[in-house]
Design a protein around this ligand. Structure first.
Ligand code: DGY
Length: 328
């Protein structure tokens, strides 16, 4: 049987590439070039599998140019870079990397929320600028996290991991909004209460966004939603750029209509709205919520497991569209 070929579209752990080479001819990208769509189409020629990250958009045009493609395995839990309908219609299996990053991203949401609430980045910059000359009673006073109301928009695995930290670690009151409610036995240990979206926005002291990006969730937080929030509230986004209207958020922060924000994701990233860059009451990080060595390795390993299974007659551990796949 001829060996199948795969593209590893971005630089990734060498041991993962080596494992893929045991099974396939591998075209990898140690220089970590971000391929244009035309380059991606060219690179995929003759390949049955693709190991992708959020930076590769796999759509109908890419798939039609490469009808030999059998599997696209994304090293991310989010998969808004993959056109799942187009994959399914062409019999291309798409996979993602759920579970392995849940706790790490939940940790990070707390890091960002606390940095925003306790003004950590802002005060650190002040100190580095040499402006700290004396103590004063109101210097960088922020808001408490313990005992506050934690609002979670999107209550999947990561949302629930955040709720656990809030309820059990920080004694927070947890409210959430999600299309589907948790079962009572999941809500009870967290004291979590489902509320409608306006109530979530009005009552949260610290609002965290963890919903997937889609046409439906585009600008789920815009000017109208920000207007409902408390002026003392913080907003943390570890989900995806585009869920927040960044221009509207920058205006709300500039006018202190909300207190602070922590953002790991941005509309049009890696570009960041210049109005956000100019503000001191927002903590900005470059999409690193899942970035621990162990978790990134686990994500890469799971993406490789999926690719190997998909192309060698096995069962991919974390498929997205297995049930919807048109036979090839
Ligand atoms: C994910 O897994 O979706 C994270 O955003 C990392 O890209």
């Amino acid at each position: 049987m001829t060996r199948k070929s795969v593209l590893v579209a971005r630089a990734v752990f060498p041991d993962i590439v080596a494992r893929l080479r045991e099974h396939f001819d591998v075209d990898d990208n140690p220089a970590d070039v971000i391929y244009t769509k035309a380059q991606l189409i060219e690179r995929l020629r003759g390949k049955q599998g693709a190991f992708t990250t959020g930076s590769e958009r796999i759509d109908a045009e890419v798939l039609d140019a490469n009808p030999q493609l059998e599997a696209v395995c994304n090293m991310a839990v989010g998969y808004n870079n993959l056109d799942i309908e187009a994959c399914s219609a062409r019999g291309v299996l798409a996979t993602n990397t759920p579970e392995v990053l849940t706790e790490t991203t939940a940790d990070f949401s707390f890091a960002l929320m606390m940095a925003a609430a306790r003004r950590i980045a802002e005060s650190e910059h002040f100190l580095r600028r040499g402006e700290w000359t004396r103590w004063s009673y109101d210097m960088f006073t922020g808001s408490d996290v313990h005992g506050a109301t934690l609002g979670i928009l999107g209550m999947g695995r990561i949302g629930q991991a955040i709720a656990r930290r809030g309820a059990l670690g920080f004694g927070m009151k947890v409210i959430y909004h999600n299309r589907s409610r948790l079962a009572p036995e999941q809500e009870a240990p967290l004291g979590a209460r489902w509320v409608d979206k306006p109530t979530l926005l009005r009552e949260a002291d610290h609002l965290v966004l963890v919903l997937p990006y889609s046409a439906e969730s585009h600008h789920a937080i815009g000017a109208a939603e920000l207007a409902l929030m408390k002026s003392s509230a913080t907003l943390t986004n570890i989900a995806r750029g585009g869920i927040v209207d960044d221009a509207a958020l920058a205006a709300a922060l500039a006018e202190h209509r909300i207190a602070a924000a922590g953002l790991d994701v941005f509309e049009g990233e890696p570009s960041v709205h210049p109005a956000l860059l100019a503000l001191s009451n927002v903590v900005l990080t470059p999409h690193i919520a899942s970035a621990t060595v162990a978790t990134r390795h686990a994500m890469a390993s799971l993406a490789a497991d999926n690719l190997i299974a998909a192309l060698t007659g096995g069962v991919a551990p974390t498929p997205i569209n297995a049930a919807r796949l048109r036979p090839r």
